[in-house]
Design a protein around this ligand. Structure first.
Ligand code: GDD
Ligand code: MN
Length: 365
């Protein structure tokens, strides 16, 4: 048994960062000289062979470990898995593209080791002495907006809640896993808002570096996932996020239905029934495609065959849902003589729940 006990794990989420892997290990080696650390790459099966590049180094250096996830994507969930895969008492998360300043790591570790009352140390670009480096105006504005939104769910006064660079006691993360959402990019925000008692934090300034190798994965899907994660934190317990999306898309589908009907019936002059049939098919197709792209994006149907089969079963489910809608609304209206608006809403609600429950099982199950 060696005398030195493992002090720190550094979790490095990667997707297509092959060229950065050896550079990062060399930088960690220099920054953490004299400390007992391990690095855990969590790679989502990058097509560029990032995991192989990390394994090549790991064969000669047992401090380097690799988790290769197959068939899954997601920065936050990758970080969570990495943080749970270590025996070290402290765990840091750092980007694999060298944009975070690894020379901060020993200072973060010193802070946690010196003060038992401290839970997490956060690398901040926005506290005194920090800097976002060479960002264009647009990125500064987007980041400021996202930070402002995060204040809606965050009680703590963090200068950089969107930071992906921090160190935390691994025990705390393990305790929080059941309540983490794991959605999207913002793992720190997820952790800070999940904890039932406020985490005691300290911020250390650093300058966000410019990416040299590879490219950023932050795109519109990531932006959308950020909004979804915020929604989940605020209202997810009342109305589950997937059902909320499904319903919102359903409402948009109703608008599409009315639009198509207006064109075919009023403008083109087709019979009302013909127009309604066409509008129904267009609206169901619209709903199917949007739900496939957004609500069920992580298990999206791809390729002509599965899409066609999915569309068909979706129409079948919604057809039954529509019949239930009409049946219940008519029953309430004719038999119970309730308010016509309440009857209509009850029909819609039942159909929405029906459509959601059955399509999540039979179309995207
Ligand atoms: N495993 C895995 N899976 N890793 C991912 C994924 C994924 O789906 N998407 C991105 N990564 C990895 C990248 O390979 C990189 O190492 C790191 O996560 C950050 O991704 P970038 O695409 O470089 O994001 P960024 O530079 O725009 O933003 C990052 O830095 C910000 C500032 O700290 C993110 O980490 C933000 O969360 C962070 O706020
Ligand atoms: Mn980056």
């Amino acid at each position: 048994m060696s005398e030195t006990l493992l002090e720190l794990a550094i979790v490095i989420p990667t997707f297509n960062e092959r060229a950065n892997v050896p550079l990062l290990i060399a930088k960690l080696d220099a920054a953490l000289a004299g400390r007992a650390w391990e690095a855990i790459f969590v790679d989502d099966d990058s097509p560029d062979g990032t995991a192989d590049a990390a394994r090549a180094i790991a064969r000669a250096d047992p401090r380097v470990r690799v988790i290769q996830r197959i068939g899954r994507r997601g920065l936050s969930s990758a970080c969570i898995e990495g943080m749970c895969a270590t025996a070290a008492p402290c765990v840091a998360v750092i980007d694999g593209d060298l944009q975070h300043d690894e020379t901060l790591l020993p200072k973060m570790l010193d802070a946690l080791q010196a003060d038992a009352g401290l839970d997490v140390v956060i690398g901040s670009r926005f506290c005194e002495g920090g800097c976002t480096g060479e960002w264009d105006r647009e990125r500064v504005a987007k980041s400021a907006f996202a930070t402002k939104l995060s204040r809606q769910v965050l009680k703590a006064d963090l200068t950089d809640p969107m930071s992906g660079f921090f160190m935390i006691r691994s025990e705390i993360v393990r305790g929080l896993v059941p309540v983490l959402s794991g959605i999207g990019f913002k793992i720190l925000l997820d952790i800070m808002t999940a904890s039932p008692k406020p985490l005691r934090f300290r911020e250390l300034p650093y300058t966000f570096r410019v990416r040299i190798e590879g490219e950023s994965k932050l795109d519109y899907v990531v932006a959308m996932e950020y909004l979804i994660a915020l929604y989940d934190r605020m209202f997810g317990k009342v109305v589950p996020v997937r059902f909320a999306m499904f319903s919102a898309i359903g409402a948009a589908g109703a608008a599409v239905h009315l639009g198509v009907l207006f064109v075919l019936f009023r403008l083109v002059g087709l019979p009302f029934v013909t127009g309604t049939i066409a509008a129904t098919i267009v609206a169901m197709t619209f709903n199917f495609l949007l739900n496939n792209a957004l609500t069920y994006r992580e298990r999206r149907l791809q390729g002509a065959g599965p899409i066609l089969a999915g569309w068909f079963s979706f129409c079948l489910v919604c057809g039954v849902g529509a019949a239930a809608n009409v049946g219940l609304a008519a029953f309430l209206h004719n038999v119970q003589h309730g308010d016509w608006r309440l009857s209509a809403l009850a029909g819609i609600a039942v159909a929405a729940v029906w459509n959601f429950a059955l399509s999540s099982r039979f179309v995207w199950g």
